[in-house]
Design a protein. Structure first.
Length: 604
């Protein structure tokens, strides 16, 4: 969600801050602003809408200074206005904030009673006014921040600067990610490595409760008990943080077409020389249960994996939406694993669910795209999906890499539990190595898919149907379409159609049917016939055998390469993604940054 960055540098900081914010656009935002210190004087500029509006403002009303903070805001409290945009300021202090302050009303009421004024509707302003109050009582900047943080309830990453302090910046973190970057006589604070990569390749990740006192020449980190703490300084690969479109119109298109390469890399990492290479302490032999927890697209990857774990390994699985998981206080058998899936590794609901499960199960396992993330660091075993930087809000390559890693885990579970012998395992792994090539064949059908998507773009509602492991993919296909094209779409298990959704069918509602020629194909075709009997327009996605069997009855047929049923959810993700992408392009929506959405959801 909100992206924050702070710079104590040796050059004019406003251009650096704006450039850093551009690298944080992928997180999602609706306003932006910066604050700087120039000759000891604190000042700020804010604008709603895209970053170009802030850039235009800075051209006409420059903001000098060599130290400053900046933020892209994703609105949580208060509408999208300049007054609600960050940075927020009160007296001699300004702050940027990612997260939610849950007790802001109590703080606001207390500070108002003490005569301090508020100008916004945001929860964040309570932070800066409280800090001002402590400063007015004689506290040093560090003491004021520490006293403020001790009062805050919720999740936050904060970065402060102070009027009269040219060489001081303070960061604080609880529940939301924050990193400190180290330079030569300059230092930085940022939401993630992407923001800081052009300025430094050396980072420390703050832990919950940490407060970082940053000057140009030093960084001092204090833990939740205000004791000095050492946090490992890590080197990041600058090449891996490049965010370029490489000739594509949108990041989403680039990331869709990167899937054969990143998937092959992930498979090669976990299956060197055709042999499965996963951590030895991930032993599924005697487990009673596996609990999978995630949000959004990652939860659909988990739902697909449930089919794999139960069919391949005979391992009972439960899939939970992270935002609901801990609130129902689920019992977790000690002889079980809890597996958490998150692209960013910072998803607030998923991280909270992980912390609920910690200590209750035998292993906490995570499948993440950022191995330095909070979820990875707090897991017993963290498995990177190796998808590389994903900028588009709608997840594409991260989803298929998540599926692949989860499938490899299911294969290991099947082998551990004696359900899959060595020869069968080797055959499955060999077949999996063929999937990237099949993806290339599916991507070659882009022109056909684009034509179909254009026909969908004028509709108001679309249904997606699938059976077995294709049912979660129907859910994912519907999610992709609605989040970037704003077309209402729903995914259903094909057999559930007649239990209610069939009432929606008429000649204006396209129905996308995901149906490779597998053991459930005939049943899916029967459901498809029910749609066509009610004048529904069926877009069937199947293989050559399935296409021959259904003939020319459907409205449109997309023929996919033949693939073993086990791997069909991975391959069939391609047309689902391309349908959504080209429908959005046809409608002219903002593909990479769809309205109201954020890439990294770091608030509950």
């Amino acid at each position: 969600m909100c992206g924050i960055v702070g710079v104590l540098g040796n050059h004019e900081v406003a251009p650096l801050l704006v450039e850093a914010l551009k690298r944080l656009e992928y997180r999602g935002y609706d306003s932006a602003g910066i604050a700087t210190i120039n000759d000891g004087r604190l000042d700020r500029r804010r604008a709603v809408g895209k970053l170009v509006n802030l850039s235009d403002l800075l051209v006409h009303d420059p903001l000098p200074g060599k130290s400053g903070i900046a933020q892209t805001r994703w609105a949580t409290h208060g509408s999208v206005t300049v007054h609600n945009a960050h940075p927020h300021r009160s007296g001699k202090v300004a702050v940027v904030h990612n997260g939610i302050i849950e007790n802001f009303r109590d703080i606001r009421a207390e500070m108002t009673a003490k005569g301090l004024a508020f100008e916004s509707q945001t929860d964040t302003e309570s932070v800066v006014v409280l800090t001002r109050y402590f400063l007015d009582q004689g506290a040093s900047p560090l003491e004021a921040v520490q006293q403020t943080v001790a009062r805050l309830e919720g999740a936050f990453a904060l970065c402060f600067i102070f009027d009269g302090e040219n060489d001081l910046m303070i960061g604080a973190r609880k529940g939301a990610p924050l990193a400190v970057g180290y330079g030569d006589d300059e230092n930085f604070i940022g939401s993630d490595a992407l923001a800081l990569a052009p300025m430094t390749g050396r980072l420390s990740y703050l832990e919950d409760g940490d407060v970082a006192l940053v000057t140009r020449s030093s960084v001092t980190i204090f833990d939740r008990d205000s004791r000095p703490a050492n946090r490992e300084v890590q080197r990041i690969n600058i090449e891996q943080t490049r965010i370029e479109k490489a000739g594509y119109k949108h990041f989403m298109a680039k990331e869709i077409f990167e899937q054969p390469v990143v998937l092959a890399d992930a498979i090669g990492h976990y299956c060197p020389d055709g042999k499965l290479n996963l951590p030895a302490d991930l032993d599924f032999t005697t487990l009673d249960r596996l609990t999978l927890v995630a949000c959004g697209t990652a939860s659909y990857a988990c739902q697909t994996a449930k089919y794999w774990f139960e069919s391949l390994a005979g391992l009972p699985c439960e899939v939970d939406i992270a935002s609901e998981f801990r609130y129902r206080e689920p019992p977790l058998p000690q002889n079980s694993f809890a597996l958490f899936v998150s692209q960013s590794g910072e998803t607030a609901d998923t991280l909270a669910a992980l912390r609920y499960a910690s200590g209750k199960v035998a292993r906490i396992v995570s499948v993440v795209n950022v191995p330095t993330s909070s979820i990875a660091r707090e897991s017993d075993v963290a498995l990177p999906i190796l998808a590389g930087v994903e900028v588009g809000v709608a997840s594409t390559k991260a989803f298929t890499c998540q599926l692949s890693v989860l499938l490899l885990l299911a294969l290991k579970a099947g082998h551990d539990r004696g359900r899959i012998d060595a020869d069968t395992l080797a055959a499955h792994l060999a077949d999996l190595t063929m999937v990237p090539g099949l993806m290339n064949q599916a991507l070659a059908r882009e022109t056909t898919i684009a034509s179909m998507a254009t026909a969908l773009a004028d509709t108001q509602d679309v249904l997606f149907l699938g059976r077995g492991a294709m049912f979660p993919l129907a859910l994912e296909g519907a999610l992709k379409l609605k989040e970037i094209s704003y077309i209402h779409a729903e995914g259903y298990a094909s057999g559930e159609l007649k239990h209610g959704p069939i009432a929606l069918i008429d000649n204006t509602v396209p129905v996308v049917v995901l149906a490779p020629r597998d053991a459930l194909f005939d049943k899916t075709v029967s459901n498809m016939q029910e749609v066509m009997a009610r004048h529904g327009r069926v877009l069937l996605i199947t293989d050559a055998t399935g296409a021959r069997e259904v003939g020319e009855e459907p409205w449109k047929v997309l023929t996919m390469p033949d693939v073993a049923p086990l791997f069909a959810p991975i391959l069939y993700a391609i047309p689902a993604q391309l349908l959504a992408y080209h429908a959005a392009v046809a409608k002219g929506t903002d593909v990479d940054q769809p309205r109201n959405l954020a890439k990294s959801v770091t608030v509950e």
